[in-house]
Design a protein around this ligand. Structure first.
Ligand SMILES: Cc1cc2nc3c(=O)[nH]c(=O)nc-3n(C[C@H](O)[C@H](O)[C@H](O)COP(=O)(O)OP(=O)(O)OC[C@H]3O[C@@H](n4cnc5c(N)ncnc54)[C@H](O)[C@@H]3O)c2cc1C
Ligand code: SF4
Length: 339
């Protein structure tokens, strides 16, 4: 690990000033991702600014518009077990609890979770060419072992998937990310927060230099009656998703009034296709409707040598999760918290 200075910021504004004043200054929140990246020489920092002692941005509270605000520094555990999240946004609680382990969720923060980096094997192997780690060096995954890689929204420069479970829940719920930077505060709809790789796979999201996440806002509608998060992975605990699906349904009897479906494990960002959700509106809540919707979601999917199984797996996951959302009390082990 390279040597770096460590400082505690007294406020987010102070942290922003420090980031913009000196190159190669980064912030640390829970530290569960950035410290690994530093230890393995996958990222560098001359100075690490600890934002945990800034006093603000730990809160979880109702907003004036009837939604919920999640502070960037609230931990994943505090968020998932918060009574308002459990009762109004159980889909979010379930997606958080499907990730990592209890110990990691006790440290991991909401802001840091959104900014965790890909788990592509080659990104983590500093001796392999990787356009995300070292722009212009090439992508080892395209000709290599690409079983866990993306099938949607890829580019010739990168086929990595984005690993956050929480973000799949937030995408389905239509969250908004609040950020603060040198130019002031702004809000970014969740669908516009993360990026596809295109020609700039080293950029995971649309934060500008010096901007910090202050919190995440959820809209009023939480799909608390009919929801399900399904995570399919190689082990039932402590593993990232091969495919995950967050489904929220609003029903009128047996008819779907509103639907949200977001996928993880398929792309460089949580994958949501509004046309597929609109297709479900007015349809009966039956297997055939979810199957037709799955075909729309997976339109344009392109497999690589070792991951063609993901297309069928994603379709089946959408169908199974749609049916599970009809009766959240009957959910299967894949939807249970990691331990
Ligand atoms: C063994 C293991 C298994 C895991 N399994 C899963 C899993 O199954 N599913 C899953 O979703 N995740 C998983 N994770 C990832 C874990 O959820 C993330 O590491 C964690 O959420 C990151 O949060 P943090 O607060 O620790 O971030 P940090 O490591 O502190 O920071 C991560 C990045 O965000 C930046 N940052 C942090 N806070 C802010 C802010 N407020 N504004 C701007 N930048 C900020 C940091 O500079 C850094 O670049 C796993 C992690 C480990 C180590
Ligand atoms: S898929 Fe992306 S992260 Fe993985 S090696 Fe290729 S460029 Fe790097």
């Amino acid at each position: 690990m390279n040597n770096f200075d460590y400082q505690r910021a007294g406020s987010f504004d102070e942290a922003i000033r420090q980031i913009t004043a000196k190159n190669d200054t980064k912030v640390v929140a829970g530290g569960t991702n950035i410290l690994d990246l530093l230890k393995y020489f996958l990222t560098s920092a001359d100075r690490l600014i600890d934002i945990n002692h800034t006093g603000n941005h730990h809160d979880i509270r109702e907003t004036e518009s009837g939604g919920l605000h999640l502070g960037a520094l609230a931990t994943n555990a505090e968020t998932a077990y918060h009574p308002l999240v459990e009762s109004r946004y159980p889909l979010l609680a379930q997606s958080i609890l499907a990730g990592a382990s209890a110990q990691i969720r006790n440290m991991a923060t909401n802001g840091g979770n959104l900014l965790q980096r890909t788990r592509c094997y080659y990104f983590y192997d500093a001796s392999s060419p990787c356009n995300k780690r070292e722009p212009g060096s090439g992508c080892s995954a395209i000709p290599g072992y690409n079983r866990i890689m993306a099938i949607l929204g890829t580019s010739e420069h990168c086929i990595a998937v984005y690993p956050s479970d929480m973000s799949v829940g937030l995408a389905a719920l239509g969250a908004v990310v609040n950020v603060r930077g040198p130019q002031g505060d702004r809000s970014i709809p969740f669908s516009e927060f993360h990026r596809l790789p295109g020609e700039t796979p080293h950029l995971d999201n649309n934060l500008q230099h010096g901007e910090l996440i202050t919190g995440i806002d959820l809209p009023q509608k939480g799909f608390a009656e009919n929801y399900s998060y399904l995570k399919l992975r190689d082990r039932n605990s402590y593993a990232f998703a091969l495919i995950s699906v967050a489904t929220g349904l609003e029903l009128d009897g047996d008819i779907i009034k509103d639907a949200r479906i977001a996928l993880g494990g398929v792309a460089h960002k949580p994958w949501r296709i509004p046309e597929a959700e609109q297709f479900l509106t007015g349809k009966p809540a039956v297997r055939e409707s979810f199957a037709a919707c799955a075909d729309i979601v997976l339109q344009g999917a392109v497999p690589y040598k070792y991951n063609s199984f993901k297309i069928e797996m994603a379709k089946r996951a959408i169908i199974r999760n749609g049916m599970m959302a009809l009766d959240p009390s009957s959910q299967l082990p894949g939807a249970q918290p990691s331990v």
